[in-house]
Design a protein around this ligand. Structure first.
Ligand code: ITT
Length: 193
């Protein structure tokens, strides 16, 4: 089965390639010659995931999925949430985004947070959604060099390392996107046309 992953984030594409087995041939936006800046302007992860997947499904007439992910920090009323990519004002400036989080949490005791991913799949004219959540804590400072986004300041619950200190395969087993993708994969394995 061919499926387009509607993302412009190369790190997410790499993670997904590792996560999806042989049942799915993953295509990128490049593979379908799409250079569009896909709109993503709703206020919930669910609506944004739908918007991204639906855009590609309708324009290119291909089965596809998109994810939207947010870091939800309890003491900050679940910020940055849907604004995770551009929290500090500049889109995908990970350093600035992390700095803003650390500054806002300065002196705050409860550092619990979670990553939440929603995947929207458009398959043969129907939409399906899958959610994945990983609970954890925001560290006092950055740790580790791997991963992307907020990985250096996020420590998953039950671990003594940040996401950026984990191998990608290790992160994928327990991460928000990993869990949502496991649900997606199970759905695709069970799917009958
Ligand atoms: P697309 O919309 O093109 O898919 P994006 O970078 O905007 O890519 P998301 O909306 O899903 O991706 O995620 C928003 C931001 O949340 C992202 O830019 C990162 O800063 C952060 N993020 C998402 N997944 C993450 C992960 O696994 N680890 C750390 N940060 C992550």
């Amino acid at each position: 089965m061919k499926l387009v992953f509607a993302t412009n984030n190369i790190n997410k594409l790499k993670e997904l390639q590792q996560l999806l087995g042989e049942k799915v041939e993953l295509l990128s936006l490049k593979d379908i010659n799409c250079n569009d800046e896909i709109p993503e302007d709703y206020e919930t992860l669910e609506e944004n995931a739908t918007q991204k997947a639906e855009y590609i499904y309708k324009k290119y007439n291909v089965n596809c999925f998109a994810d939207d992910t947010g870091l939800e920090i309890k003491s900050l009323n679940n910020e940055p949430g849907v604004y995770s990519a551009r929290y500090a004002g500049v889109d995908k400036d990970a350093k600035a985004n992390m700095k803003k989080v650390l500054t806002k949490l300065d002196g705050i005791e409860d550092r619990s947070a979670r990553f939440r991913t929603v995947i929207s799949l458009f398959l043969n004219d129907k939409e399906y959604q899958f959610e994945g959540i990983v609970d954890g804590y925001i560290l006092e400072s950055e740790r580790g060099k791997d991963g992307f986004g907020y990985d250096p300041i996020f420590e998953p619950k039950g671990y003594n390392v940040s996401f950026a200190e984990m191998e990608m395969s290790e992160k994928n087993k327990i991460s928000h996107r990993g869990l949502a993708v496991q649900k997606l994969v199970q759905f695709l394995l069970d799917y009958k046309n």
